[in-house]
Ligand binder design. Sequence first.
Ligand code: LLP
Length: 442
Amino acid sequence: MSALTRRATGKGAAVAARPFHYRGRALCCDGVSLEELAEEHGTPLYVYSAQQIRYRFGLFQEAFAGREATVCYAVKANSSLAILRLLAEMGAGFDIVSGGELERVRRASGQENKAALGRVVFSGAGKQVWEIDAALKAGILLFNVESEAELGLLAERAEALGVRARFALRVNPDVFAETHPYISTGLGSHKFGVEVGLARAIYRRAARSQWLDAAGVSVHIGSQIRAVAPFAAALARVASLVGELRSDGHEIRTVDAGGGLGIDYNDSPTEPKFDAARKVREYAAALGKASAGLGAARLLVEPGRFVVAQAGGLLTRVLVVKKNGAKTFVIVDAAMNDLIRPALYQAHHEILPVAKGRGASAKVDVVGPICESGDFFAHDRAMAKVKAGELVLVLDAGAYGMSESSNYNTRARAAEVLVDGDEASLIRRRETLKELMAAEIL
Ligand code: LLP
């Protein structure tokens, strides 16, 4: 943190849907000037607001406070250690999908917070032996198991290590949720989970193993789902299954409703209207209703995007502005290797100039320098005119941005900064070319 990036914050102000706002003509993240962050750390640069992340996570904790519940942050949305630490300090649980993510949770939560590992759920349609072993040894809360074959492997590994494995079968509720097809997961035709109709027999067979403990049932229908009704429909199916399982003698103690609550990527960049608090309350109420008949069971939820997406932006500098035919291209120094969402899901991200524009707006394509036309951030976007050397911020990039970044085109991964009020800390320095090639053998 440098004196350069220190700025006073308006304490006590209501938390807006995004932490980025103009102070005068300068775009800031909470109390810190983005221009100064770019000067100090270079671009492309991910910038996150700790205040916004705490606020968003706190909304879930508050909304479910009236019942036994654990909010397990979906690590894949943004797995940077400093962000995981911030959430661990709030008492978060974690939803992981790999041995790598388990290691991140372990490092981020530190010696003083071993309890965090006891709040980990391990999801994913295919788990490797070493990953299962590491999670069993860590004493995680439970495994979300996605097939009977995986259950067999889990029993085998639990026996080998002499521990009992708590599991929840992830059922596929065959519920349609309006979202991009790549991130919809709750239909019978998807690779995820087990048909609800088969679940009872699988639990019955699992009960024969002394190494398996049928602790719960889980479901996850997809991501970026804005309506709450599909979550309720899926959970209602799970609730009736839990009733049947209990009558079969299984002691079901947890019900995992998955993640997936969506945000508004199209919200006004300068006057956001999205009411995050209301959305989370609505979500919690719908889940509450759907699980009313459950009796004693801990509810788990696994939000990822909702907690971090709007807390982060990708700061990038304009390299060139060029015209090709009727089109104007703003070529920036960030690219699809830094933020792949537009290329992969045709995702919309608002973009703001860091120095508030005075000039007329023009329709431009904002693109990266990578050698394919899929490398874009916006097509035909009306934006205040920007020139080479100026900075722009791609909004709502806190989720599935850095965590989906790559080294495509042998580009070093971006640096990351976490702003806390008027303080900014570098939480990941820019990768060097040496590091980028370190694992290669010549
Ligand atoms: N739980 C499970 C089992 C999941 O598979 C996911 C996300 C989550 C929780 C968290 O979902 P969220 O609350 O973040 O929607 N890369 C895509 C999103 C992929 C989501 C994968 N699974 C994107 O950028 O839109």
